[in-house]
Design a protein around this ligand. Structure first.
Ligand code: URA
Length: 188
């Protein structure tokens, strides 16, 4: 039987598939519109997300909201999730075993949402979803197609916090995403 959103949410809430379940405060399920055409996939919840159980509620979230606003998008019309549903201590890169343990949840989210556009935020997501040798610096803003879905990647909002000069690059990538949405005739 196919899983429903509620079932996935319950599984994520009770997940003990990897050791992060011991150190996390709250698991972080994806959020946003379950009718969205655009799915954003990032790396893993940060410390504030771990406390609140919601994705992108910290400083990266504020940066993401600014970007979305500047490009005429809002959280209400996208779905946003992470490769890992639990916070890795000290914000270290997710381990391969953790990504593998968590991947089924992302697969179910994608299956249920059926997004027309997938946007990977940062290297970790791009290398897991688009290609293991994806180079975010050289390849951000490029497109790959799978079945009816267009995939792209851009810098993670935290990269803009570290280097504000990246803002314009990411904004450009997001404006192309908005164009792609119109090309794919996604309803507003
Ligand atoms: N960074 C991420 O990759 N995901 C979040 O949810 C928050 C910060």
């Amino acid at each position: 039987m196919e899983a429903t959103w509620n079932e996935i949410e319950q599984h994520v809430a009770a997940c003990t598939q990897c050791p992060l379940s011991q150190s996390r405060h709250l698991p972080v399920m994806g959020r946003g519109s379950r009718q969205a055409d655009i799915m954003l996939i990032a790396e893993a919840p940060g410390a504030q997300e771990d406390q609140q159980g919601m994705p992108f509620v910290g400083r990266s979230g504020e940066m993401l909201d600014r970007l979305l606003r500047d490009c005429g998008l809002s959280r209400e019309e996208i779905y946003i999730t992470n490769i890992l549903k639990c916070h890795p201590p000290d914000n270290r890169d997710p381990k391969e075993t953790e990504k593998n343990a968590c991947f089924a949840y992302l697969k179910y989210e994608t299956f249920l949402l059926k997004p027309k556009i997938i946007v990977c935020l940062g290297r970790v997501a791009a290398q897991r979803i688009i290609s293991p040798d994806f180079k975010i610096t050289r390849q951000h803003g490029t497109w790959t197609y799978r079945k009816d879905c267009a995939l792209t990647a851009t810098y993670h909002p935290s990269a803009i916090l570290r280097d504000p000069a990246k803002y314009e690059d990411v904004k450009k990538d997001f404006l192309e995403i908005v164009k792609k949405k119109a090309e794919k005739k996604c309803p507003q």
